[in-house]
Design a protein around this ligand. Structure first.
Ligand code: NAP
Length: 451
């Protein structure tokens, strides 16, 4: 049998495992994750009110319950945990599907003022990521600025505008629900540095912003008109054309009286976060203008937008992995059809899939063909890879190294504990939000039994 370790149990890792077992009946797969819980950004990134996308977990579950797939949670690969070199010794092949673990920076003064966070920190908090902290995101805030116009920006804008009645049925942790329910944020400005036809959000996500209860959405027709494609969007690719059409409809709508307001702004690039009373009080933007080549230039005119809360939503970024080559410019591991390249040469037995392979772009489904490409490369290499003599079962070796993984039964125990917590709070499932609760739940029902 070919033994493969997949590092990361998000969509790219699970689709990799799925392709491996579907395309070759002689493959055994261990899917390792740093967290005791599987599903990566499907659990810790998809917004809690996006039930339908979250239900993708049911498809991913089927893969992790496959008889030749084993989930090994709570294993940190790299410094402080299991050395990556050990993994390469224990398996015929290792596929790294670790995503893009950090956020991009703006590199402007005031970026780190209290009250300014990356959208990733905010998302992790309301998604119950055990590494996140309750930083009082919305406390004392009346006006929020979201920098960036991608789908993450849309998610956090929407979550800021949702009321308790809409948040309560979600699986968000109780503390986040209480904070957001008590939020006094009444103005949310989502700001793009380029024009509406260059925004990165997708139309379905954009449309949702227009249908939020008790929330008025406004776009400035003059800002839309600055975009050369606005007058005639017919030549744009389908998504951008539909985005412009939706925005055009909103620009024509009469103003509404509502307790909350979302303002979509364009052609404003952030230049500084301004302090007030020791924390952020406003964001200074420079008005930009199209440069005729898809970019923008500064105009030397500035506008300050009040904000006691700033969420920087300007994209994710991959981080280097112990012992693997890394291209700092793209934040990815150099590869050839998924085979890791060391100094331009294929490194046999090492592969990548997902965001660490192609960068933080695309929707969940984009990971399917990406994983398939990698798996086809791996299976092509398999005849040479299986010649390597392996030691014992990696689970035995892990335990000998003093590492006790959370196995599938442990994860199922976490799921039961989350259902019980929800029931006790009069809600449906409520996520456990800290390491101790997760590990206690996982251990309580015998996750450590021998497999
Ligand atoms: P993204 O789509 O890359 O959007 C990043 C945004 O930040 C862009 O508007 C970009 O503007 C802006 N930006 C970058 N650097 C900036 C700077 N220095 N100053 C001002 N603005 C700056 O990233 P994302 O929103 O984090 O999403 C990541 C991926 O996850 C995407 O593929 C997204 O579709 C996906 N996702 C999907 C869903 C969903 O399907 N519901 C939900 C969440 C995320 P420019 O274009 O001008 O660079």
């Amino acid at each position: 049998m070919l033994r493969v370790a997949v590092v990361g149990s998000g969509p790219s890792g699970v689709y990799t495992a799925q392709n491996l077992v579907q395309l070759d009946s002689g493959v055994l797969v261990d899917v390792l994750d740093r967290l005791p819980c599987p599903y990566g950004l499907v659990r810790y990134g998809v917004a809690p009110d996006h039930e339908k996308i979250k239900s993708l977990q049911n498809n991913l579950r089927t893969v992790l319950e496959h008889e030749r797939v084993r989930f090994l949670g709570g294993i940190q690969v790299g410094p402080g945990g299991l050395p990556a070199a050990r993994l390469r010794e224990w398996y015929h092949a290792v596929v790294y599907c670790v995503g893009a673990a950090t956020d991009r920076h703006l590199g402007i003064p005031g970026e780190d003022l209290p009250g300014s966070w990356s959208a990733t920190q905010f998302v992790s908090w309301y998604s119950a990521h055990p590494d996140s902290a309750d930083d009082g995101f919305v406390r004392d805030a009346r006006s929020a600025v979201v920098i960036g116009v991608g789908n993450v920006a849309v998610d956090v804008t929407r979550m800021l505008a949702r009321g308790p009645a809409e948040l309560s049925p979600t699986d968000m942790p109780q503390a986040a629900l209480s904070s957001l329910a008590a939020s006094r944020v009444s103005a949310i400005h989502m700001v793009g540095r380029r024009g509406p036809s260059q925004a990165r959000f997708t139309t379905k996500e954009l449309r949702e912003l227009g249908g939020l209860p008790d929330t008025e959405l406004a776009v400035d027709p003059a800002e839309l008109a600055m975009d050369p494609a606005y007058a005639d969007p017919s030549a744009l690719p389908a998504v951008q054309r539909r985005n412009v059409e939706v925005l055009r409809g909103w620009a024509q709508a009469p103003p509404e009286d509502a307790p909350r307001h979302i303002r979509l702004r364009f052609f404003l690039r952030p230049v500084e976060l301004l302090a007030e009373g020791g924390r952020v009080g406003a964001v200074r933007f420079e008005r930009t203008a199209p440069d005729g080549q898809g970019g923008v230039t500064g105009t030397g005119r500035y506008e300050d937008i009040e904000a006691q809360l700033v969420l920087r939503s300007v994209g994710y970024r991959g981080v280097p992995l112990e012992g693997l080559p890394f291209d700092a410019a793209s934040g990815t591991v150099p590869h050839l059809a998924g085979r890791v390249l060391r100094a331009g040469v294929v490194a046999p037995g090492e592969y990548v899939a997902g965001w660490i392979k192609r960068g933080p772009t695309g929707v969940i489904g984009t990971n399917r063909p990406c994983a398939k490409e990698t798996v086809l490369s791996l299976l092509e290499d398999a005849p040479a890879l299986v010649r390597k003599e392996l030691l014992e079962d990696p689970l035995t070796l892990l335990r000998r190294a003093g590492i006790e993984p959370v196995q599938w039964a442990g994860w199922q125990a976490i799921e039961r504990a989350e259902a019980a917590l929800g029931a006790s709070l009069g809600r449906s499932v409520v996520k456990l939000a800290d390491w101790e609760s997760l590990l206690t739940a996982a251990r309580a029902t015998g996750s450590q039994q021998a497999s």
